[in-house]
Design a binder for this molecule. Sequence first.
Ligand code: UDX
Ligand code: ADP
Length: 466
Amino acid sequence: MKIKNICCIGAGYVGGPTMAVVAQKCPHIKVTIVDINESRIAAWNDEDLSKLPVFEPGLDEVVKEARGRNLFFSTDVDKAIDEADMIFISVNTPTKTYGKGKGMAADLKYIELCARQIAKISKSNKIVVEKSTLPVRTASAIKNILEHTGNGVQFQILSNPEFLAEGTAIEDLLSPDRVLIGGDNTIEGQKAIQALVDIYANWVPKERILTTNLWSSELSKLTANAFLAQRVSSINAMSELCEKSGADINEVAKAIGMDGRIGSKFLKASVGFGGSCFQKDILNLVYIAKTYGLKEVADYWEQVILMNEHQKKRFSDNIVNTLYNTVSGKKITFFGWAFKKDTNDTRESAAIQVADNLLSEQANILVYDPKVIEERIYADLDYLNSRTSEENRDLLKIKTNPYEASKNSHAIAILTEWDEFKTYDWVKIYNHMNKPAFIFDGRGILDMEELKKIGFVCYKIGSGSK
Ligand code: UDX
Ligand code: ADP
């Protein structure tokens, strides 16, 4: 079976870049990405590539090459479903904020809506691919909806979880460690798997394309994210011990990372992990384990999240304690708001929680981030409902220049590891700050010895104060 026409529902951080790369690498396939969000689609179609709704290094080049050739962005969901042989579902699956499983289970309402729409529109056989991270056995729910509400056409369901990391999405998509495709063990299921394998084989070496059953594929995605998040929480737990004992977390990370069994990646201590996946997927895993009555399994994974909460809290507590136990009326500058460098995504960013804690202590915060827009930052804070949006706008200001943001400030907190922070004129910044001038490096990216020589009082995550 040769796929000629792909539709992707959801033009977000996953659907947008993933399908742009599929279109670039498969010029013989028409790829249409649809979304109900009109302004998002308009931004994807903007002539000015700096206006794309997702910032990812290299994405603009890929879009420039494929858009209008075989890559299209549209709000006409029904038409794209009707024309497609293969439909990717890449809509958001946030943690439920209501009802059963509130705060833990994934909210599948967007997925279900998609499945119902696909069932209603389809007049020919289609392969439906789950791209969003989903709880194990969601595929069977989708299948059920499609089979019972459809027009008698055949659907094959595949699970093809996306492992790209934001900030390196294009690199990850062009040369993935592996591509995972799960499907039914029937003749039809195997044909559907092969159709998707053939698409990836246009640029991914065959030995990196793994095929499994549906449930293994779904569970592998949750497991991969849980393991990665666990590594961050493990190194963060050790960072606190380092600060107390006089060890340095970077030295410890290097020493353990040289053990081939442990490996050197993903051992950077930080103010806490963020992003749309880690917390959501672990909560989901915990919920599934509880559903099966596996209390110890659930408790084990929940600890990864609790450690992350603790890391964010102790970072803001440390700022308050160091500034003589009060930050009321003091200016604190945040360098960075995104959950990691090279992205404009702020979902679950540690900066949000740290800001909220400091605002509760009546600090005045000035934020500079090279890519995150003002509306996003206020929306993140307003969402917490800790205070009115007027109070948030009054206490927290956003600056578009790091020097402006640090003028007369008492302390600078590094919340994101943007490379540009390392290139600043720190003498100039020191000179226009309130004295003593403090730096709290929550990402361990600055040279503390140099900053100390300038006159700063420094704290670096995992090595304490200098
Ligand atoms: C993650 C997975 O890596 C990816 O495979 C999956 O598809 C989606 O979830 P992402 O959330 O985009 O990707 O970014 P990632 O690089 O994993 O970082 C997640 C968070 O952990 C960030 O806040 C990052 O700053 C933090 N982190 C990562 C650390 O604090 N230390 C590290 O050593 C690595
Ligand atoms: P992710 O990081 O998983 O890509 P995003 O929130 O960035 O998540 O993107 C998901 C996109 O899916 C959003 O742009 C949202 O508007 C879109 N979406 C959600 N439900 C539907 C639907 N039923 N039809 C079309 N698009 C949808």
